[in-house]
Design a protein. Structure first.
Length: 473
């Protein structure tokens, strides 16, 4: 063997040993082993909760149906509640008894809490695999939150959820009692239900027309919008904002993307919604100025995966429907109760295109370089989302007679776990309902598990293959 080849082998062996010594080993510690299994078991865990919820909803005391066991409505509602979507094939206000509504509320809370905590813990696990610098970034985002703090993560998520849900419920209960219901018990129930549904971005309402009847009431619309926005920001962002220990100029890239991206999307959505619906007779036209402004606020907040509606989207203009499709697909912040592909995914891809147009080799955001692995993960999540929506739309077109615009709206709403509908959901055949259930489950659980699996499976390559440039465009 030649001396050069021997030296190369020795060097390769030395590098391999050093890599094995210093590279992170997530499965070598207890938390790593505990969380690697949930990456695979998350779908199974949520399926178990969905089945249990459906069983409870099929109880005769949980519904008003003449069927002894309404299997499909119960299963669809359970999937929608656990995946915090809000799509419904039956009227939540009349089909389900107070017990059934209580089961739905519990499923929403379990689904929202589970999604929030699992997404946060998986995000910490993913960050742990990128070494000391990544750990420091994660700790700065969560204010010294680390792997030894798993119990703290759970308690903090629970406290934050309880705090904001209680605040929203107090305002809503007072308003329902004063203005709409003389019975304090009913007002309290409505206040709690809608507060929990709003914070978890679920979109279930105890009124047959959702929130259309309250479109001009700021004491109802504003607290619900605030709860939706807060719940959709994500736990890593909320903990930093609540503790207030990081100055704005020290914000991490994730914090900047989530906060600024949310503000831009909310502003742009409001402008477009008002432009297309302000004078439209079927929606905002007959409303007074205050009602129009509130409906505009709701029209840009509710599509951020909340599912409530203050107008009839079946009567909205095609332009509004298209803008709503975009807002629904993008969704809210990561590690929160919002769905969609997430703001960070969308903006990472946007800046990748922007830097490519400017001829830059590296993607930079806020004076920070974005790793190529993060770009690939964002591209994978976005393209898988597009594939899911296209596949679901095709299947819905095959099994229904509804036009493309309504079917596409329904498919995006299900995948992004929004819950908005143009009114066709109750009329869908069982085959179409199964398609929507798969989309809801894939959109809620799939984005978390796929993003985590992609990040955890990333391994550094110790060699580089010859480069070739195919023709693009």
């Amino acid at each position: 063997m030649s001396p050069d080849r021997t030296n190369i082998r020795r060097l390769f062996s030395r590098v391999t040993r050093r890599e094995a010594r210093f590279s992170p080993q997530p499965a070598a510690n207890g938390l790593g082993r505990a969380l690697l299994h949930p990456v695979r078991l998350v779908p199974l865990a949520f399926l178990v909760v969905i089945v249990l919820g459906a069983e409870l909803l099929m109880l005769p005391i949980a519904h008003t149906s003449t069927q002894p066991e309404p299997f499909l409505p119960a299963l669809f509602t359970s999937v929608s509640a656990v995946c915090v979507t809000g799509l419904a094939t039956v009227d939540t206000a009349t089909f389900w008894t107070p017990l059934g509504q209580g089961v739905i509320l519990a499923l929403i809370q379990v689904g929202g809490f589970g999604i929030m905590t699992l997404a946060t813990l998986l995000a910490l696990l993913v960050r742990k695999t990128i070494g000391v610098r990544g750990q420091l970034v994660a700790q700065s985002e969560t204010h010294t939150l680390n792997f030894g703090d798993v119990r703290s993560v759970l308690f903090r998520v629970a406290r934050i959820m309880a705090l904001f849900e209680a605040a929203a419920a107090a305002v809503l209960t007072a308003r329902f009692w004063i203005a709409y219901d003389d019975n304090p018990a009913t007002a309290l129930w409505h206040g709690i239900f809608h507060a929990v549904s709003a914070f978890n971005n679920a979109g279930f309402a105890l009124y047959s027309d959702s929130l259309i009847g309250f479109a001009g009431d700021p004491w109802i619309i504003v607290p619900i919008c605030a709860a939706i926005i807060v719940g959709g920001l994500g736990f890593p962002v909320l903990i930093v904002l609540l503790q207030g220990g990081i100055r704005m100029k020290e914000w991490t890239v994730h914090l900047r993307l989530t906060i600024y991206g949310s503000l831009v999307l909310l502003t742009a959505g409001a402008v477009f919604f008002a432009a297309f619906e302000w004078n439209r007779d079927q929606t905002l036209g007959p409303m007074p100025l205050g009602g129009k402004l509130l409906a505009t606020l709701a029209g840009t907040v509710f599509p951020r995966t909340a599912g409530f509606n203050s107008i009839d989207y079946g009567a909205a203009s095609p332009e509004t429907v298209m803008v709503t499709n975009i807002l629904m697909f993008i969704g809210g912040g990561s590690a929160g109760t919002a769905g969609g592909i997430k703001i960070t995914t969308f903006l990472v891809l946007f800046f990748a295109i922007w830097n490519e147009v400017r001829g830059r080799d590296h993607v930079t955001i806020a004076h920070r370089s974005i790793s190529s692995s993060s770009q690939r993960q964002a591209l994978s999540v976005a393209l898988l989302g597009v594939a899911a929506v296209i596949t679901g739309t095709m299947l819905l077109l095959i099994v229904t007679d509804h036009p493309l615009d309504k079917v596409l709206f329904e498919a995006i709403s299900a995948f992004a776990t929004v819950g908005l509908s143009t009114g066709i959901t109750p009329d869908l055949p069982p085959s179409a309902q199964w398609v929507l259930m798969v989309l809801m489950f894939a959109g809620r659980i799939g984005t978390i598990t796929v993003a985590s699996a992609l990040a955890l499976s990333a391994r550094p390559r110790l060699y580089q293959l010859p480069e070739e440039r195919p023709v693009i465009g």
